[in-house]
Design a protein around this ligand. Structure first.
Ligand code: ZN
Length: 235
């Protein structure tokens, strides 16, 4: 069986790898919950749809007004040219009424034309927003499908790493397990540091020749005098 320090170092490698993959998985899960681009496009589409409905309503109201006014004008013109009205005063009043109705009709028809153009613009904007939404949704679907595959791969990796980690963990005596956990909690997830070219690779401290020698040969665990981590010789 490898030395205790070697097993602890292996455990540390597996835990570091597990930490990274779990963080990656959590970030990806969060990412796959919703797409801000789709939400934005959805909002814009709703606004464009509401604006179009409003423009359509305004246009229909104007068209109703025009229809009513035309009916009224037709009735008044019929009366005017029917010969029924013979009183000159009444006739003059009727003529003025017909002229006034024609003027109002002209104004309303101009307004309706402007409303028609506005409604057409609103409809085009609504179609564009709908298309943007459909594109955003399609892109999101593709991204989500790819993300789900990555997520499944990550879950497999995590499960494999976890079982390897458990196997190493079971070979450790309880006091070494406790020490490892304590150091990992206090030292940013890194309890065991490699030593290369006389330096602690976790904190960067230069170690004395005596300490390096101890790390290489001592059957007991040796700690970095600077950061307190368990040391393991890599060269
Ligand atoms: Zn150190």
């Amino acid at each position: 069986m490898p030395t205790l320090a070697a097993r602890l170092y292996r455990l540390q490698q597996l835990d570091t790898d597990l930490d990274a993959r779990r963080a990656q998985r959590d970030a990806l899960r969060w990412d796959l919950q919703a797409d801000p681009a789709v939400e934005r496009a959805q909002e814009q589409w709703q606004q464009a749809d509401a604006a179009w409905q409003q423009a359509e309503r305004a246009l229909r109201r104007a068209e109703d007004d025009i229809r009513r006014l035309r009916d009224k004008l037709r009735r008044e013109e019929t009366r005017l040219y029917s010969g029924e009205v013979t009183n000159p005063k009444e006739l003059q009043a009727l003529q003025m009424e017909v002229q006034s109705l024609r003027r109002r009709l002209d104004t309303l028809e101009d307004q309706a034309l402007a409303l028609l153009m506005a409604a057409e613009e609103a409809e085009a904007a609504r179609r564009a927003a709908q298309q943007t939404l459909a594109q955003a949704q399609a892109a999101w679907e593709r991204r989500r499908a790819a993300g789900q595959e990555t997520l499944a791969r990550l879950e497999d990796d995590i499960a494999a790493l976890q079982s390897r980690r458990d196997a190493v963990w079971q070979t450790l005596p309880p006091d070494a397990q406790a020490l490892y956990q304590r150091l990992r909690a206090r030292r940013g997830g890194v309890a065991v540091a490699g030593v290369r070219e006389g330096s602690c690779l976790a904190c960067g401290a230069t170690l004395s020749t005596a300490v390096v020698q101890q790390v290489r040969t001592s059957p007991d665990l040796v700690h970095c005098p600077t950061c307190g981590r368990i040391l393991y010789a890599l060269d």
